[in-house]
Design a protein around this ligand. Structure first.
Ligand SMILES: *Cc1c(COP(=O)(O)O)cnc(C)c1O
Length: 454
């Protein structure tokens, strides 16, 4: 919509709006963002109240309202001491280019409409595919997040398995460990598939031998996919991909690797060996909005044989024939969803601007900080490491603390706008957890947070 519905903004109004919006964005990128805080609905009702009016507030006032009252009630996920869940710390280039994507009205679902954007996105996907070791013909699409990426991959897997299954056999099972992300169980719910747990090994990994036992127990022909994780969310554990791949190949079962968080470690030589075997996957995801310095929301979904995904996902209708009858590469054919933003472009732009060596260096740096955190936890007598770190997640206990102590500590740090570190749980035990993916997170930040637990 241009300006008001029937009336263009005047030049003066547009200038003021642009200055307010672009100025804010520029300042936000330049500044060291405050952590900020959360708010109750009542607080926001009091401070902000009704914002949508019949006459409109105008750009400058609307922007002021966001900057002064709404933004401070949103945590900055790129704050260096935001270590909860998986933070998002986008590069300057990716953030600024996100504005350009928003301004460009690109429909990136089809080649016909978004060729230039799709071409660029595909180069970014190819960079990821090369890290994984996928063959020339591999390809995929950027989707909103790991949840949709996993669902899309599993749908392609099931369609393929059912197409190939002998008459009367309809595979309906997925195998994974308890360490697999919650979105795998969610995808199975959506698909009415059965998620069969595989016991992890003594290092809490999915392994081929344990997988083989489960497949044989239930009948391998009833499974349409095995999900391995290359960097679990809670602990950063990389499954034994090589032995899992071997068992999948033995039984002709689709091998999906969920690297939503940990896939980025493929670009770090110091940990690359952990991923051996990943090159055999049939599908793979990684979220650039986690450890690859892109803004929300962005997941790279890749298939070894994209034609299988295309057969499963292409939507058909008279109004789409002009697209689906063409031999073009249409990103929308490879996932759940139709309309799509060119959400891979901020990531692509940042790769182009900074070069891939900068990515390797930034990821290695976060791994160094994670190594420091692990050493500090081990060194301090009031702390205890729960499991040796694979990547950049550290989970540890504060000896003597109850769950309420962890929560009070976490609440206090947030109330002080000092740090955002929420407790996690494992096997019923409340624990402390750091996820370090922000290159701005320093060893001083880590030490300062650990000091508050003494
Ligand atoms: C975060 C995560 C997901 C889900 O990704 P979203 O982008 O939050 O939808 C899936 N798998 C793993 C391993 C994750 O860490």
């Amino acid at each position: 919509m241009h300006g008001k519905t029937y009336q263009q903004n005047t030049h003066a109004e547009l200038s003021a709006l642009t200055a307010a919006v672009v100025g804010y964005a520029e300042e936000r990128v330049r500044m060291e963002a405050p952590l900020d805080r959360t708010a109750t609905p009542e607080e926001l009702e009091r401070a902000v109240g009704q914002t949508i009016t019949a006459e409109g507030l105008g750009g400058v006032e609307a922007m002021r309202l966001f900057a002064e009252d709404l933004a401070p009630a949103c945590l900055s996920t790129d704050h260096p001491r935001y270590l909860s869940f998986i933070p998002c710390a986008p590069s300057d280039a990716s953030v600024m280019f996100d504005l350009v994507v928003g301004a460009s009205s690109i429909y990136a679902g089809s080649w016909l409409e978004g060729a230039g954007a799709v071409y660029a996105e595909n180069q970014a996907l190819r960079w990821v595919a090369d890290l994984v070791g996928l063959p020339e013909g591999a390809g995929g699409v950027f989707v909103p997040g790991g949840t949709i990426g996993n669902l899309s991959a599993l749908h392609a897997a099931r369609a393929t398995a059912r197409h190939r299954a002998p008459e009367g056999v309809r595979p309906f099972r997925v195998a994974a460990t308890a360490g697999a992300h919650s979105s795998i169980a969610s995808a199975c719910d959506v698909m009415d598939a059965e998620l069969v747990p595989v016991e992890a090994d003594e290092r809490w990994r999915l392994t081929g031998p344990n997988l083989r036992r489960v497949l044989e127990e239930h009948g391998p022909e009833t499974f349409f996919a095995v999900v391995a994780t290359s960097g679990t969310t809670n602990f950063g554990i990389v499954d034994d991909l090589a032995s899992v791949a071997e068992v999948c190949r033995e039984h002709g079962i689709w091998f999906h690797v969920d690297g939503a968080y940990g896939g980025a470690g493929l670009a770090a030589p110091s940990v690359r060996e952990l991923y051996t075997g990943i090159e055999h996957c049939d599908s793979f995801i990684v979220d650039p909005h986690k450890w690859l310095f892109a803004p929300f929301d962005c997941c790279a979904l890749l298939y070894r044989e994209p034609a299988l995904a295309r057969a499963a996902h292409t939507q058909r209708a008279g109004y789409l024939d002009v697209l689906t009858d063409a031999p073009d590469w249409n990103p929308t054919d490879y996932s759940v969803g139709l309309t799509r933003r060119a959400r891979g472009l901020p990531f692509w732009f940042s790769l182009v601007v900074n070069g891939t060596d900068a990515y390797t260096a930034a990821i290695e740096h976060t791994l160094d900080v994670a190594r420091f955190a692990e050493e500090e936890v081990t060194r301090r007598p009031y702390l205890e490491l729960v499991r040796e770190r694979d990547l950049s997640v550290i989970v540890f206990r504060r000896l003597g603390w109850t769950p309420a102590d962890y929560q009070a500590w976490s609440d206090r740090m947030l109330a002080d706008e000092f740090a955002f570190v929420v407790p996690t749980a494992h096997d019923g035990e409340t624990l402390a957890r750091f996820a370090i993916v922000n290159p701005e997170t320093s060893t001083d930040d880590i030490a300062a947070i650990l000091d508050t637990m003494a």
